[in-house]
Design a protein around this ligand. Structure first.
Ligand code: SF4
Length: 340
């Protein structure tokens, strides 16, 4: 029986806990998740069946922001496998953006001019059920830490590139020593100007924003840009706000991207609150992505007409700088398509 009044009895790690220990202590069992959140145990059985090869993973700082006893909590919906993942509607596929074909070297993906994406790792700190890379063959396509060489050679040989985007998986699951070493190698390539990092870690494990991370980001010749991923205002608690603030105070531009998700953030009041909280934390709303049609995520789809109407509503409520661009990616497209 769900109980909305109890509190999560998961051990919440302290703000200065070692992020690697917090990551290692993530909840990976649906039964444990349901027990900690006071949810009906049949949800755990359903999750075990539905997860397939993309198992549940929830770090405890994120778990602590989920309302106990509420199976419709917008943060829970993002992480708990549901039976709907087993549906196979037409148009949904394992590689909706054709990324396997876009691989242009070991761990490298090039979709757009001037920048290249380095799949630095296949590991994440949270398994988001809507992830468009949930079926990505990381074992074949990641640039192993021990073997950056071929990827670096490829980037060095292409003088049209100005920017490297570290992605994954989540690049911040790598250590600062590994990342600092990679950033130093990239900085030796004269035609590169910028290093962008796409990460959900500062949100789901704010302890990841270490002095060492800030130090190598600030110390690089390359201009750093941090793109975080927050979908709902309840994902931002004081520790997350403090972690974002430390990055901004260090002079690192911060942007946020969200995915428009049914039941999570498909209401104007939720999106407006999210954008306002981000701006107040000096993180600029960048993209609101239409869901990529990846197999297993169809239950999150919001019709584009609804997304366009939400954007129109946001424009009436927010200053222009606080409104993200509503976009979708298409297989083989030369740029993202702006939807509204
Ligand atoms: S953290 Fe990013 S890459 Fe990892 S599962 Fe979530 S959306 Fe996908």
């Amino acid at each position: 029986m769900a109980n909305c009044t109890r509190t999560v009895d998961a051990a919440i790690p302290p703000a200065r806990a070692d992020w690697q220990s917090v990551l290692a202590d993530s909840v990976r069992s649906p039964a444990e998740l349901c027990r900690l959140l006071g949810l009906d145990p049949t949800l755990a059985t359903e999750a075990e069946r539905a997860a397939g090869g993309f198992s549940l993973m929830v770090p405890r700082p994120y778990l602590a922001r989920i309302r106990p006893g509420d199976p419709a909590d917008p943060l829970l919906l993002q992480v708990l496998p549901r039976a709907a993942e087993m549906a196979a509607p037409p148009g949904y596929s394992p590689d909706p953006l054709g990324e396997v074909d876009a691989c242009c070297g070991p761990g490298l993906l090039q979709k757009y001019q001037g920048r290249i994406l380095m799949v630095a790792t296949g590991l994440c700190a949270v398994h988001c059920r809507f992830c468009f890379r949930r079926h990505f063959p990381y074992e074949n396509a990641s640039a192993a830490v021990s073997a950056w060489g071929p990827a670096l050679q490829k980037v060095a040989a292409d003088r049209s590139l100005q920017e490297v985007i570290l992605s994954g998986g989540d690049p911040l699951t790598l250590t600062d020593r590994e990342l600092g070493g990679l950033a130093a190698k990239l900085a030796e390539i004269p035609h590169l100007h910028r290093l962008r990092i796409h990460s959900r870690l500062p949100t789901v494990i704010p302890q990841r924003v270490t002095d060492e991370l800030i130090s190598w980001l600030r110390g690089s010749r390359l201009s750093p840009i941090m793109v975080v991923h927050v979908n709902h205002p309840a994902e931002i608690d004081p520790a997350v706000g403090e972690a974002f603030g430390r990055l901004v105070d260090a002079g690192i531009p911060m942007l946020n991207q969200s995915v428009l998700l049914r039941g999570v953030n498909d209401r104007a009041d939720v999106l407006a609150e999210l954008c306002q909280r981000l701006v107040d934390l000096r993180v600029m709303p960048y993209y609101l992505h239409q869901l990529d049609p990846v197999a297993g995520a169809s239950h999150f789809e919001v019709p584009i007409s609804t997304g366009v109407a939400l954007m129109a509503e946001l424009r009436t409520r927010l200053p222009g700088y606080a409104v993200p661009r509503y976009v979708r990616e298409t297989r083989g497209g030369m740029s993202k398509e702006v939807l509204g």
